[in-house]
Write a protein of this length. Sequence first.
Length: 445
Amino acid sequence: STSASVTSIKGGNGNDKITIKDVAVNVAIDGGAGNDELVIKGSTADTLQPTLTNIEKVTVDGNTKDLTLSLKKAQSVTELSFKNIAKTVTESNGNVETVNILANNATDKAVTINDESLKTINFSDVDDKGASVAAKGKIVADKATELTINSNKVTAAADAVVQAANATKIDINAAKDTVGLTLGGVAKLTDLTVNNKGAFALTGANATDLDSVKNLSVNTEGAFSIATATSLKNLNNLSLNGVSADLNSVNVGTATLASLEANINVSGEFKLGTTTAKGDVDFNIENVGALTLGAITSSTGNASVIISSATGNVTLGAVSATQGNLTLNAGNTLGNITIGALAGDIVSVDLGGVLGTINSASGNKVEITSNEVTYVGSEISKNVVEITAAAGGTDLNAQVIGGAAADDALTIIGKGDTQTITASGDLSGGTLTLTLTDATKLSSL
């Protein structure tokens, strides 16, 4: 129908598709029996409040004006689809559960759904022959509290944009042909799960858009990455399984973060920026091809990095837990390992099974600041260990074992408060150097 004078339409007993363009603002449509769809095609209206009976699905296919769509009298409608949207569409007063974002929607002209009932957003479209067509559009779903976002074919993260101001939980299921998705305005989001079949970039509309996330779970069958968003300030739990993940530009935590537990199991590379917390920080690396972790700081808790298996190179920034225990176990690293300065109240390091070079850029030296150190050196690679007493400590105990190279070396440096130094272990023929210039209170060695 193309006449604004049309006020009512009645469908038949089958699964009807009723297509309208310009009708009365309060048109009454009864779909009759079956599963029926109303298509609003090329709308020139700015307001519609149809009375819909026995209509389960409404599709808006093109609009030339900003459209306000009230579903107050269309309670049977649970599904909306949008295609060729050139102006904004704002829906309200409905019971919409599912929204389909189809092809050719302008991403600067949002579709806004004002229903708490919304649960599912699909970015998916097909042509007349059933072949996938790239979906594109922006949806604002600020009243939804939990969302599942499914995507089939999306050619750029900027082509699939979701804003959900009150959502606390979002699950993303991305097919192989989805290269990314953009989340913005999700300030209450705490639980985020991503399942991606191919290379996928989870993208923030702004740098801080993922800061509210506390639990991030990723199951990736391709290369997963985070773009634009540069921080996860409230992250407490990270679970990542699959192929690889590049979070190199993402920094985790703040000085007040209670804790972080990260469990990583990927066949390829895992990269992460810095991690900062007040409480415990635990990285459990079950399996990784190559690993890059930025600096790790726990101001009052423990810091732990356990690498069960690394088939490639490992790079670890400085690790500090000056009021707690620092544990580094990278004994199953088959490649080279680079370790930043280590500082903790009690420090335990195990590099016993490292097959590659240790700290090749700094003369193989591993620097540790602590008054209680246990260090297991590599049985294959050169071990150079420098242990410096922590400020305020009176007793320095250093146990260094393992190692097989004649040029292994241990240096122990006393400080102003150091009163006793106990060195034990076996470096298998290496050298021991004591630097006691500042240890003016030393009484026992």
